[in-house]
Design a protein around this ligand. Structure first.
Ligand code: ADP
Ligand code: ZN
Length: 298
């Protein structure tokens, strides 16, 4: 019998929980709003207690979470959310709560590292040893795989907080409380809404907002390219649902690279396969948690 995995996609807005034996077999998926830690984590614990009654004992659990997170295995606070700007959630015990309750290995990582892993296993990153997954939504986050391994280190990547060079004459302060004009502060859905005074999905496809958005995202892409040298960059999240964004972004990356980094991927013909949407669509998050559970068991 295939082992049963539990999966938690822990977002700042909502939680998604599911159980299953793999990406093609997820059941009983539930979603609920992220409220207080006690209430939200209590609901998730209850969900898995009941899921075990219905489906049998879990073999492992995967959690892909909003951060920042303590991922240091030697740290006494491994598995916690650390100092997050999200009200009430700073220093919240998370992974160990589930490990102690269900007595199973728990794979715990950022939501975007999880999504990168799922895309590498089952989506748009199959066969690659080096890739990045970025989501442009309520925030901007990036995770990745380098040399076949999830990128960790001092903490974990914080690709959303890369500082941008402002386009001449741009006076927008940006939304990040720490940096103002970092890539998240400038290009997230809420940043678009603040700058243009209307919902991001109400901005018409030919609005100048998308050109500026592409210019700033291309700066970030170029920085990731220059530092991590990924073989492919996968971009998901609500903002990237705008169909005109991929062509605009590819053109801007080509322009900003200015012929410097040489690769067939960085040509007008190659960029279509270099900057791509998630192969798993909007399932990358929850499948990321499944991938983390699988890895924890292995
Ligand atoms: P989350 O980041 O919370 O997981 P999303 O990736 O859906 O969720 O991001 C939500 C943000 O993306 C909101 O700020 C919203 O305005 C923006 N957004 C969602 N859908 C679209 C769309 N089709 N076009 C432009 N912006 C969108
Ligand atoms: Zn920032």
């Amino acid at each position: 019998m295939r082992p049963l995995f539990g999966a938690i996609e822990a977002g700042g807005t909502k939680f998604v929980c599911a159980v299953g034996t793999g990406p093609d077999d997820l059941h009983d998926e539930v979603r609920f709003a992220t409220t207080t830690p006690t209430e939200t984590l209590g609901r998730a614990l209850d969900y898995f207690r009941q899921a075990q009654v219905k489906h049998g004992k879990l073999a492992a659990l995967g959690i892909g979470s909003f951060g920042p997170l303590d991922l240091d295995q030697k740290s006494p606070t491994w598995g916690n959310i650390t100092a997050t700007p999200k009200p009430l959630w700073s220093h919240t015990k998370f992974a160990t709560l589930f490990r102690d309750e269900f007595k199973v290995p728990v794979g715990f990582d950022t939501d975007v590292n999880g999504a990168a892993l799922a895309e590498a296993r089952w989506g748009a990153g199959q066969g690659l040893s080096d890739l990045i997954y970025i989501t442009v939504g309520t925030g901007l986050g990036g995770g990745g795989i380098s040399g076949g391994k999830l990128v960790h280190g001092l903490v974990h990547p914080e690709m959303g907080h890369l500082l941008l060079s402002k386009v001449a004459g741009d006076t927008f302060e940006g939304l990040c409380p720490f940096h103002g004009h970092c890539v998240e502060g400038y290009t997230s859905g809420p940043a678009l809404e603040k700058r243009w005074g209307r919902k991001a999905y109400d901005l018409p496809p030919d609005h100048e907002a998308w050109d500026l958005e592409a210019t700033y995202l291309a700066q970030a892409v170029l920085a990731y390219l220059a530092t991590l040298s990924p073989q492919r960059i996968i971009l998901g999240g609500g903002v990237m649902e705008q169909k005109q964004m991929f062509p605009k972004l590819r053109a801007e990356v080509l322009r900003l690279n200015n012929g410097y980094i040489q690769s067939p991927a960085l040509t007008p013909e190659g960029l279509g396969g270099f900057l791509v949407p998630p192969g798993l669509g909007n399932r990358a998050g929850v499948l990321g948690a499944v991938a983390l559970a699988e890895s924890a068991l292995a």
